[in-house]
Design a protein around this ligand. Structure first.
Ligand SMILES: C[S@@+](CC[C@H](N)C(=O)[O-])C[C@H]1O[C@@H](n2cnc3c(N)ncnc32)[C@H](O)[C@@H]1O
Length: 244
């Protein structure tokens, strides 16, 4: 549970430091809505749903029957529990699946690199889902386009499974796969980007000490003069459908 502890340390600032833009959130939400074909009969399991902010918007906008935010970091889960339209479950993905709580759609947004033994997980998930049930993974390619310092890019790549591996594992689990690569660019004040880095907004940054983060920021500063920084987010959306 080493990585969940990382999120315990940033739970209170998570929504603020992960704030990109309303456009960015709308872009993500609309694709989740479409890729998962969400409708009012659906029960959503948002695995590693963090503070539940995306779970809550999806519950609201798709009029979901129920929306679970499954989150092993108790500090993050406590934030999700404050949302009236979300059922917060303080649990990891494996425990939730083993509990046999029914669900029709499952979301992994920026979480899949935390899930080990995915092959067995998909086999169980396949059994639990109804016909036409869907899983959506939103993740990033191993070569991240974010303006990180070099050591952070290497660390990210080391922790990140490739798209091919993820797709193959899902196919072995019995699922039919469709994938899309989608990008969103936004501009941040550099001071805000550096605040996100200093808070280690991604768990990959958790291995760097304060001095290494400051040295990394100097490295970024040399490549990006000016007050603002353009952030290109290349995202991979993998939809897995149970088709009998
Ligand atoms: C980058 S955050 C993403 C949060 C949320 N999905 C979002 O996009 O706002 C990754 C989350 O995965 C959770 N996590 C880590 N290991 C997990 C596991 N084994 N099962 C479920 N969630 C896990 C972490 O606690 C953290 O909240």
């Amino acid at each position: 549970m080493k990585r969940a502890n990382h999120f315990d340390t940033i739970a209170d600032v998570f929504n603020r430091i992960w704030y990109f833009s309303d456009d960015y959130k709308d872009f993500i939400i609309s694709h989740i809505h479409t890729d998962l074909a969400l409708c009012s009969n659906d029960i959503l399991a948002d695995i590693g749903g963090g503070t539940g902010s995306f779970t809550s918007r999806l519950a609201d906008e798709a009029h979901l029957l129920r929306a679970y935010c499954i989150e092993p970091s108790s500090a993050m889960c406590d934030e999700a529990a404050k949302l009236s339209n979300v059922t917060a479950v303080c649990s990891d993905a494996y425990t939730f699946l083993a509990s046999q709580v029914p669900f029709t759609k499952m979301l992994f947004k920026e979480v899949i690199h935390h899930i080990n033994d995915r092959e067995n997980f998909w086999k169980s998930a396949y059994k639990s889902l109804p016909d036409n049930g869907k899983i959506l993974i939103i993740t990033r390619p191993q070569n991240i386009a974010f303006p990180f310092f070099e050591a952070a890019k290497i660390e990210f790549s080391r922790n990140q499974p490739s798209q091919e591996v993820l797709e193959t594992q899902l196919r072995h689990g019995g699922f039919f796969i469709t994938s899309h690569q989608r990008s969103h660019t936004f501009t941040l004040a550099k001071k805000d980007w550096y605040t996100m880095l200093r808070h280690r907004f991604m768990s990959d940054l958790g291995v760097f000490n304060d001095q290494e983060i400051e040295e990394g920021i100097v490295e970024i500063e040399q490549k990006h003069p000016g007050e603002t920084i353009d952030i290109l987010d290349n995202l991979i959306f993998i939809t897995a459908t149970k088709q009998l």
